[in-house]
Design a binder for this molecule. Structure first.
Ligand code: HSE
Length: 407
């Protein structure tokens, strides 16, 4: 029998306890031994909850108990999760977590401690919820070098974009509905401003590159400025607007970005709707591969955490994670990153398009008949810097959205 502890009895922690209970016999069989929760740490009391007999309030009880071999960190945030995780690893206990913020910030150090101690720091649930992506990158896809990782990595924003598109509603209206239905937090900033997706793409890029990517270096733009007008133009073009987190390797450098993108119908991420997530990768020998599924929520996330617990139980005293170096990866300057740009501009296409073509070269005109005082156009492929320079010469630009095309 192996004894585990769960730090935090919130959404993920209680989900982990529930999954271990629901699938107890199959989990025990897969782990090759019984897995039992000895402690759950939380500051709160839960009167009447089945967790009561194992609930503790003092972390020292857990870290000082040699019988506890695996610790689930489901606290979220950087502190005290970082201190607790580090102390558990230093005490020889494997740690499994869904905490993307902590993995993105301190992953290299915690992985190195686990390696040194011959135990494991596992974080399948930190990216894509229940979708396996860390384990494939760590073990199934190791023959490849990846030159593209592009994902819909945030369920809340994908739900909002899908609803805006399907029902023609403005961002604020859909956000409120998402909050009422529990799909968005009361403070939605981390999701809608792209910060959550930014940490997730930082983790995937660190794994793919083998070096620490600082999430602060990743250009990040959220979805708060996307309007019904933008979506009407997208539909006119047969496209969808999605918040993408992407890292692309060009000339030996990764260019990483989180931003809303227009996607063509034939793009593999076009039809990923609602709260679902998907991660598309391109490997130099494999070619394309895509992972799709439940990217958020209590049980999908807990499912991924428990799969890590099983892996940690099967690999006691053997480190199985590919580490990444704490030496910071210098990302390419986003000003050099190239794409096509969709631009909305006030004015009249009949009189103004000539001037636009003088500046941008050949562009594709897009018009939504109901919008009389504006029109849209799509540029050719150009760098961000080039776009900014040209856009500064054209007055009346209302919006620009990048167009995602497989280059
Ligand atoms: N708020 C996140 C999402 C939860 O919507 O994807 C999972 O990290």
């Amino acid at each position: 029998m192996i004894k585990i502890a769960v730090l935090g009895y919130g959404t993920v922690g209680s989900g982990v306890v529930e999954v271990l209970d629901t699938n107890q016999s199959s989990i025990d069989q897969k782990a090759g031994q019984e897995i039992r929760v000895k402690y759950v740490l939380d500051l709160r009391d839960f009167p009447g909850d089945p967790v009561e007999p194992v609930l503790v309030h003092d972390f020292e009880t857990i870290v000082n108990d040699p019988e506890v071999k695996i610790v689930v960190e489901a606290m979220g945030g950087v502190e005290p999760a970082y201190t607790f995780s580090k102390r558990c690893l230093l005490a020889g206990k494997s740690v499994c977590t869904s905490n993307k913020e902590l993995v993105a910030k301190h992953g290299a150090e915690l992985l190195a401690i686990a390696k040194e101690k011959n135990i494991n720091y596992l974080f399948e649930a930190s990216v894509g919820g229940g979708i396996p992506i860390i384990r494939p990158l760590n073990s199934s896809l190791t023959a490849d070098e990846f030159d593209e990782i592009t994902g819909i990595l945030n369920g809340t924003t994908n739900y909002i974009m899908t609803k805006m598109s399907e029902e023609g509603l403005e961002f604020d209206t859909v956000l409120k509905e998402a909050q009422d239905r529990g799909y968005a937090e009361r403070n939605p900033e981390a999701d809608v401003e792209g910060y959550d997706a930014c940490r997730k793409i930082a983790i995937l890029t660190s794994l793919a590159a083998g070096q620490q990517v600082d999430y602060q270096d990743i250009y990040t733009e959220g979805i708060t400025k996307i309007t019904v007008h933008d979506i009407a133009y997208a539909k006119q073009m047969g496209m969808a607007i999605k918040l993408l987190a992407t890292s692309r390797k060009e000339n030996g450098r990764f260019y990483s970005m989180v931003a809303p993108f227009l996607l063509n119908e034939d793009h593999p991420l076009y039809s990923v709707s609602g709260v679902f997530n998907a991660i598309f990768l391109h490997g130099n020998v494999l070619g394309d591969v895509m992972f799709y599924g439940s990217g958020a929520g209590k049980l999908p996330t807990a499912s991924a955490v428990v799969s890590d617990v099983i892996d940690a139980a099967k690999h006691q005293n053997r480190n199985i994670m590919v580490s990444w170096s704490s030496q910071k990866l210098e990302l390419g300057d986003i000003a050099e990153s190239r794409s096509k740009f969709f631009v909305r501009i006030s004015g009249n296409a009949d009189t103004d398009l000539g001037k636009i073509k003088e500046v941008f070269g050949d562009v594709k005109l897009v018009q939504v008949p109901e919008y009389k005082d504006e029109f849209g156009f799509v540029t050719g492929l150009m760098s961000e810097a080039d776009y900014e320079e040209k856009a500064a010469k054209v007055p009346g630009i209302l919006k620009r959205i990048r167009v995602e095309e497989r280059i």
